[in-house]
Write a protein that binds this ligand. Structure first.
Ligand SMILES: [Zn+2]
Length: 274
């Protein structure tokens, strides 16, 4: 198998009634850990790269690693731009071979969010790349107040007007490490799913209790982002690794294994293993 587009993966998840885990990767070791987990469990995954990395040289290097990993795998995977915020990022992502694009204009008023997202859908459509939009801003765990949850009717309008292939919604999660477990609005997920008819995306999956992840999938979530905890898994092991080891490949063996173990746990949780 090789790289497939985001919609192809989401269709598989829809058929199978599961969610595709989307892992944020930053370097060769995180790519390798996620790839090994996908292969071992024979499960589709999404490699995603945060938008900031497209502002400098990182994403160009990283994309070559992801495309290489995808070519070696016997399961279908996608390469996704996470939280795309500018035309520069979107253009670079398409050039570097992304097969899914997220455009995040969720901080803008509804009409402006629709206009920005629709423009991205049009551009990406020229090269057959599906787009994930966001409606109802998923904030940070450090925000003073919990953001407003996604409105059901607005979600239906948003999807109809923009033509997105997937929609990220605000239903109680946040980015970062939770101080206390979040409480997801599962009924709202089901209602948005019913109103829009498209696969829904849960951001801030790190730290959400397992039973709520499973409830969210039952309600219609088809892509779940795991960013924060993958970073912690990698970095915790880096900090625990014997500092006398100077050969970087040997030093990185443990952190890579840690990422693989984390990804395997989330693949099992989200139900995509064959
Ligand atoms: Zn996010």
């Amino acid at each position: 198998m090789a790289l497939v587009n985001l919609k192809t993966l989401l269709d598989l998840a829809e058929e199978g009634g599961y969610a595709i885990p989307a892992f944020n990767v930053y370097n060769m070791e995180t790519v390798m850990g996620v790839a090994q987990a996908a292969e071992e469990l024979q499960a589709p995954v999404i490699f995603q790269v945060y938008s900031r990395l497209f502002d400098g040289p990182n994403a160009a290097f990283l994309s070559a690693l992801i495309r290489h990993a995808a070519a070696q795998l016997s399961v279908p995977v996608a390469f996704h731009l996470d939280h795309g915020a500018s035309q520069v990022q979107v253009t670079r992502a398409l050039t570097y071979g992304c097969t899914g694009i997220m455009i995040d204009a969720s901080m803008l008023p509804l009409e402006e969010n629709i206009a920005a997202t629709e423009a991205a859908v049009r551009i990406c459509g020229h090269v057959g790349v599906p787009v994930e939009g966001e409606l109802g801003h998923v904030g940070s765990v450090n925000d003073e107040k919990m953001a407003i949850f996604t409105d059901i009717e607005e979600a239906a309008i948003f999807c109809r007007k923009t033509g997105v292939a997937a929609l990220a919604i605000m239903v109680g999660t946040a980015h970062g490490r939770y101080r206390q477990a979040p409480q997801l609005d599962l009924q709202r997920i089901a209602a948005i799913r019913q109103a829009t008819g498209i696969p829904l995306v849960l951001h801030g999956g790190s730290g959400v209790p397992d039973e709520q992840i499973q409830g969210a999938i039952t309600a219609g979530i088809r892509k779940i982002n795991f960013g924060t905890d993958l970073c912690y898994a990698f970095l915790k092991r880096v900090l625990r690794t014997n500092q006398d080891v100077v050969a970087i490949d040997i030093f990185m063996h443990g952190p890579t294994e840690e990422v693989k173990a984390f990804a395997m746990e989330k693949i099992k949780l989200t139900g995509g293993r064959r």
